[in-house]
Design a protein around this ligand. Structure first.
Ligand SMILES: C[S@@+](CC[C@H](N)C(=O)[O-])C[C@H]1O[C@@H](n2cnc3c(N)ncnc32)[C@H](O)[C@@H]1O
Length: 319
């Protein structure tokens, strides 16, 4: 039996067990609410199981599960810790407040900020307070990592979560990693959690201070040598160099990376490029390698879409 609004009718004391079982089987329907009908409770499911009395609901109670259930044509947003950053575009105040209220209700966020993007070498975000608490410091928890930061002043790419896991899984125990653009520890923390010893350079004091805090929070302070410095002034003999900055292909940064990486090591060079021009990034890496008397084997990975027609990619270059 399957329709749009299937429900299992169960005695009230069984409700929680049946909900748990439905979730476990992957058939619990989050888009509808559980409701009481007479002496029974109806548990919304997408498929019947367990021999329970099954009904097709005529007037199901729909639950709102995404921003589009609250506002038409919802703006893009991301959630960092308990702070929402919303690209409002040219929305008026009324719409901004409708979106903010919806995000508070849907995701339990404490603060809503308008997000106008990032600028400069230090990738400083431009934000403005729209609703909620004005104290915007938060802790973003992701795949077992904890990142403390203030997203009104420091960027965080939620879309890089998979790449952070890839870094954690790629490193070997006792490998030496140089993170040239560490920020608050976006990749340095995953590398250290993966077992590497990390030298992490960050030029901006505010980010560096969170980097130190985050190393302690994630229990990897002993393996994280945080430096408040320009990465070009830090010399490390590294097995792996992380270059998580869209300026990474600049000649001076790449040359310094080749000075630091040992033979057999690997560079991870990030870039924002047109979807069909990723070869250009590879070419820059290979050319800089050649000029530095090194040879590289490269592969490209798409991390995420960055803007229309533009992708965030990472070139892995084994030296
Ligand atoms: C774009 S952010 C990192 C973003 C990060 N990869 C992510 O996933 O969200 C780049 C960081 O590099 C830092 N930075 C820029 N130039 C630097 C330099 N010459 N030396 C050290 N850090 C630098 C910036 O302050 C910033 O924190």
């Amino acid at each position: 039996m399957s329709n749009d609004a299937l429900a299992l009718r169960v005695p009230p004391p069984c409700t929680e067990d049946v909900m748990r079982e439905a979730r476990h089987r992957g058939v619990y329907d989050e888009t509808r609410s559980v409701r009481r009908v007479g002496d029974r409770v109806e548990v919304p499911v997408t498929r019947a199981f367990g021999g329970y009395e099954t009904v097709e609901q005529d007037d199901p109670v729909r639950r709102r599960v995404s921003l589009s259930d609250y506002v038409e044509d919802p703006p893009p947003f991301s959630i960092v810790g308990d702070v929402a950053l919303v690209r409002f575009g040219d929305a008026d105040e009324e719409r901004e407040h409708a979106v903010a209220e919806a995000l508070e209700e849907l995701h339990g966020v404490r603060t809503v900020l308008g997000d106008r993007g990032v600028s400069g070498d230090e990738r400083v975000p431009e934000t403005r307070h729209v609703a909620g608490d004005r104290d915007t410091e938060t802790v973003h928890r992701e795949n077992g990592f904890e990142f403390a930061l203030d997203p009104s002043r420091i960027m965080f790419s939620v879309g890089n979560a998979e790449e952070r896991l890839r870094v954690r899984d790629a490193v070997n125990d006792d490998e030496r990693v140089f993170d040239m653009f560490a920020g608050i520890g976006y990749f340095a923390i995953p590398a250290a959690v993966g077992g590497a010893s990390v030298v992490a350079a960050e030029i901006r004091r505010e980010s560096y201070e969170y980097l130190v805090e985050n190393a302690a929070r994630n229990d990897v302070a002993e393996r994280t040598d945080a430096r408040h410095a320009d990465c070009r002034d830090v010399s490390v003999e590294a097995d792996r160099v992380l270059m998580g900055h869209f300026e990474a292909t600049r000649h001076d940064f790449l040359t310094h990376a080749f000075d630091c990486v040992r033979d057999g090591g690997v560079l991870h060079v990030h870039d924002a490029t047109h979807e069909d021009a990723t070869d250009e990034t590879v070419r820059k890496v290979e050319e800089t390698a050649r000029r530095n008397g090194r040879e590289v084997e490269t592969s490209v990975r798409r991390v995420k879409g960055y803007a229309e027609g533009v992708a965030h990619i990472v070139v892995d270059a084994r030296v």
